[in-house]
Design a protein around this ligand. Structure first.
Ligand code: FES
Length: 191
C-alpha cells in the first residue's frame, strides 16, 4: 500500500474531514473549478468521496502597514472582468468575522449590491462601533461588515460577498470569495 493510501485510510478511520480550512470555504458545487480532486470523509465510518476543490488565484491586495484606519483600498478580484470591484479596509479595531491582522479588523468585500448590482463605492461607513457598507444608491440596502456582510436593511436578501484574506508578514492576500458576485453565475469566469 502506498503512503498516500495509508494516509487516506487513517483519516477515514478517524472520521476526519480531510479538507483544510481554505479548501472547505472554497468548495462550492456547481461553481467549483476542477483544479484538483481530493478525498473526503465527513463522518466516522463513511466511505470516502471525491470532491472537487475550487482554486481561486492568490492575489496580493495590500500591505497591513499601508492600510489607514477606515480608509478602503480598491482592488479587483478574482480577476479584472465585470463586477470584480472589491475593497479591503482596516476597520480601526472593529473585530470582524473573517478579519485578519492582529486586531482581526482587516476585511475585504465586493462593492456590488447583491440586489440589483448597485455600486457601493464610497459607501463604507464607520459610525461608533458599527462598520457598514451602504446605503446602496438604488434601493438603500446596507450590509454589516463585522458579521460577514449580512444585510441590516434594504431590499437585498443575500449578504455582500466577502473576500477571504490571508496575511503573510506585512502582505495581505485575497484567496477566495464567500458568496456569488452580482451578475455572475460563477465567481470564476473560466470555470
Ligand atoms: S440594487 Fe442595491 S438595494 Fe437594490
Amino acid at each position: 500500500m502506498s503512503d498516500v493510501n495509508k494516509k487516506d485510510e487513517t483519516a477515514a478511520d478517524h472520521g476526519r474531514c480531510m479538507l483544510n480550512r481554505r479548501q472547505f470555504l472554497m468548495y462550492s458545487g456547481t461553481a467549483a473549478v476542477a483544479a484538483s480532486t481530493i478525498s473526503i470523509s465527513l463522518f466516522p465510518g463513511e466511505a470516502q468521496a471525491k470532491a472537487r476543490v475550487v482554486t481561486y488565484p492568490r492575489k496580493k491586495v495590500a500591505q497591513l502597514s499601508q492600510l489607514k484606519d477606515n480608509q478602503p483600498l480598491d482592488f479587483n478580484y478574482p480577476d479584472d472582468g465585470p463586477n470584480s470591484q472589491c475593497f479591503v479596509v482596516n476597520m480601526g479595531g472593529a473585530k470582524a468575522g473573517g478579519g485578519v491582522g492582529s486586531r482581526r479588523d482587516v476585511v475585504a468585500f465586493s462593492y456590488l449590491c447583491t440586489h440589483q448590482g448597485g455600486p457601493m463605492n464610497g459607501k463604507y461607513q464607520a459610525v461608533g462601533e458599527h462598520r457598514v457598507l451602504g446605503q446602496c444608491p438604488l434601493h438603500l440596502s446596507t450590509y454589516d461588515l463585522t458579521r460577514h456582510g449580512i444585510i441590516v436593511s434594504g431590499q437585498a436578501y443575500q449578504s455582500i460577498p466577502q473576500v477571504l484574506l490571508e496575511v503573510d508578514g506585512d502582505d495581505v492576500y485575497a484567496v477566495g470569495i464567500m458568496g456569488l458576485l452580482f451578475g455572475r453565475n460563477q465567481n470564476l469566469m473560466d470555470a
